[in-house]
Design a protein around this ligand. Structure first.
Ligand code: URP
Ligand code: ZN
Ligand code: ZN
Ligand code: ZN
Length: 486
C-alpha cells in the first residue's frame, strides 16, 4: 500500500478552505491530499463526515497546584484522555513557577508529571511569578531556546501577580528572545478592596465573586497591559477575556495596529452570573476568574469571535472537584467566595459546544471555527504548520466529526477526572467520532484506544506572531539602546 492510512471522501476543513477530498497518511504525517488516492493499509470511509485538524487547547491546567492550595483533578493522563474524546489532539498546559523556585526546576517537575502519562502531544507555557535577574537574564533565554517559547504573567492573585515594572522586564525579555507573553488581566487592588468590603458586610456567597471581579477591573488591567506592551513593542495575548470593557480595548488596540491577540473560553459563552447564584454552595461549580458575566457581555464575546477580535478559543480547563478538600472546598465547607478554588473544566466540551452554538447557528463559519480552535493556537505558540492544520507535511492529527450527532452533556459521558460539569444537561449537535494523533487512532466511536505515554513533548519554535512591529518610543529602542532623533 502507498499509505498507512487513507481517509476517503470526507469534507476536509482548514482555516481557509472546505473541500471534499481524500487524506493520505504515511509515517504519522499527512502525505497527500487529493481525489482517488492510492490504497492505504487502513482505510476510513468519511463520506458525509467532517475531517478537521485535531484541536489545540492552548490554555489548560493539569497536574497543577494552584496558589489557593487546591490541586487540579486531572493529571496528564486524564486531561489528555478527555481532550481527545472531544476532538482535541494537542494541549499546552502550564509549568507554574512559585516564588523562589528556579524556572528550569519548574519545567523538570512538570515533565516528570507528563512523562509516560500523556495520550496526546503536549507543549508547555511557563508561568512567571518571580522574574528575578537570573530568571530574566539566564533561565528564560535558555528555556526559550529549548522550546518553551511562551509564558503567562498575572496582574492579580497574591502569589502570582507582577507589578508594572516587573511586567515591563518580562516584556523586554520576551522581545529580545522572540517569545509570546500571555496576560491574566484583572486589577488586583480593585478586586482586593471590593472583596474586603463585601466580606465586611457578610456577603460571602459564591455570587459575590462576580461582584468582586468587576468588569471595570478587567477593563482597566487590559488597557494597562496593552499600554505596557505598546511601550516595549512586544506582542501580547490577553487570555480568558470575558468583559465588554476588555473587548472594547482590545478591539481599539488592534484597530491601530498594535499586536494584541485575544483568547476567550466556553464559560464566557455558556455560563452567566446567574449560575453563581444557585442555592447554597452550588454556585462554586461555576466560579472562575474572570467570572461568567451577564447576557450582554456574552453577546459581546460572540461578536468578538465573529469580527476577529478573538484569535483563540481555549478551555482554561482548571478542574477542581466540587466535593473535595483539595478542590472547590479547599477553604473549607461552604466557605467565603474568597477561598473557593477558581476554575472550571472544559477540555472535552470546548469544540463541540462552540461547533453547535457557533457554527450550526451561523454565528461563525466552520473555517473560523477551525482557526479559533486549531490553527491559531498553533500559530500563536510556534507549533504551526506541524500542528493545527490539514496540509501535506503536517502531523496527521485529525478529528472526524459527525455534524449531526446529538449529545447531552453530562459528567457520566465525559472522560476527565471531575465530579461535575458546569454544563450538565446541555444539548449539543456535532461530536468527533474519531480522533487521531500522528496517524494513530486514539478515540474511535466511543472507545479510548491511546495508551499513557503515547503523547510526545513538543518543542515550540519562536512564533512569527510574537515578532515586534519595529516601533520605538520617541526614537528610543529599549532592546538595542539605539536612539534616533527625529
Ligand atoms: O479561574 C481560573 N481561570 N483559574 C485558572 C487560573 C487562571 O488564571 O487561568
Ligand atoms: Zn488566568
Ligand atoms: Zn449583570
Ligand atoms: Zn487558566
Amino acid at each position: 500500500a502507498d499509505f498507512d492510512l487513507v481517509i476517503r471522501g470526507g469534507t476536509v476543513v482548514t482555516a481557509s478552505d472546505t473541500i471534499v477530498c481524500d487524506v493520505g497518511v504515511k509515517d504519522g504525517v499527512i502525505a497527500a491530499l487529493g481525489s482517488k488516492l492510492a490504497k492505504g493499509a487502513k482505510e476510513i470511509d468519511a463520506t458525509g463526515k467532517l475531517v478537521l485538524p485535531g484541536g489545540i487547547d492552548s490554555h489548560v491546567h493539569v497536574d497543577q497546584l494552584s496558589s489557593s492550595g487546591a490541586y487540579t483533578a486531572d493529571t496528564f493522563l486524564s486531561g489528555t484522555r478527555s481532550a481527545m474524546c472531544g476532538g482535541t489532539t494537542g494541549i499546552i498546559p502550564f509549568a507554574a513557577q512559585f516564588k523562589g523556585q528556579s524556572l528550569r526546576k519548574t519545567v523538570e517537575d512538570y515533565h516528570a508529571k507528563a512523562d509516560g502519562q500523556a495520550m496526546t502531544d503536549y507543549a508547555f507555557h511557563l508561568i512567571i511569578s518571580d522574574p528575578t535577574e537570573s530568571v530574566i537574564g539566564q533561565e528564560l533565554p535558555a528555556l526559550i531556546k529549548d522550546g518553551y517559547t511562551s509564558f503567562k504573567i498575572y496582574l492579580t492573585y497574591d502569589a502570582l501577580k507582577l507589578n508594572d515594572r516587573q511586567f515591563l522586564e518580562v516584556l523586554a525579555a520576551a522581545r529580545r528572545e522572540g517569545a509570546m507573553v500571555m496576560v491574566h488581566a484583572e486589577n488586583h487592588d480593585m478586586i482586593a478592596w471590593l472583596s474586603e468590603k463585601l466580606l465586611e458586610f457578610g456577603h460571602t456567597a459564591p455570587k459575590f465573586h462576580r461582584v468582586a471581579h468587576a468588569n471595570i477591573a478587567e477593563g482597566e488591567a487590559t488597557n494597562r497591559a496593552i499600554a505596557l506592551a505598546e511601550l516595549v513593542d512586544q506582542p501580547i495575548l490577553m487570555v480568558h477575556v470575558s468583559a465588554k470593557e476588555a473587548i472594547e480595548r482590545i478591539r481599539a488596540a488592534k484597530a491601530r495596529g498594535v499586536k494584541v491577540y485575544a483568547e476567550t473560553c466556553p464559560q464566557y459563552l455558556f455560563l452567566t452570573e446567574d449560575d453563581l447564584d444557585k442555592d447554597g454552595f452550588e454556585g462554586a461549580k461555576c466560579m472562575c476568574s474572570p467570572p461568567p458575566r451577564d447576557k450582554d457581555n456574552q453577546e459581546f464575546v460572540w461578536q468578538g469571535l465573529a469580527d476577529g477580535t478573538f484569535d483563540v478559543f481555549s478551555s482554561d480547563h482548571a478542574p477542581y472537584r466540587y466535593d473535595s478538600p483539595t478542590g472547590k472546598r479547599v477553604g473549607g465547607a461552604d466557605t467565603s467566595f474568597k477561598k473557593v478554588a477558581n476554575g472550571v473544566p472544559g477540555l472535552e466540551i470546548r469544540m463541540p459546544m462552540l461547533f453547535s452554538a457557533g457554527v450550526l447557528t451561523g454565528r461563525i463559519d466552520i473555517n473560523k471555527f477551525v482557526a479559533l480552535c486549531c490553527t491559531n493556537p498553533a500559530k500563536m505558540y510556534g507549533l504551526y504548520p506541524r500542528k493545527g492544520t490539514i496540509a501535506v507535511g503536517a502531523d496527521a492529527d485529525i478529528a472526524i466529526w459527525d455534524a449531526e450527532k446529538k449529545v447531552t452533556i453530562s459528567i457520566d459521558m465525559l472522560h476527565d477526572d471531575m465530579d461535575y460539569t458546569p454544563y450538565e444537561g446541555h444539548e449539543v449537535t456535532g461530536w468527533p467520532i474519531i480522533s487521531m494523533v500522528r496517524g494513530a487512532i486514539v478515540w474511535n466511536d466511543g472507545e479510548v484506544l491511546a495508551k499513557p505515554g503515547d503523547g510526545k513533548f513538543l518543542r515550540c519554535d519562536v512564533p512569527a506572531t510574537a515578532r515586534p512591529r519595529g516601533t520605538s518610543v520617541h526614537g528610543f529602542n529599549p532592546t538595542s539602546g539605539d536612539y534616533i532623533k527625529f
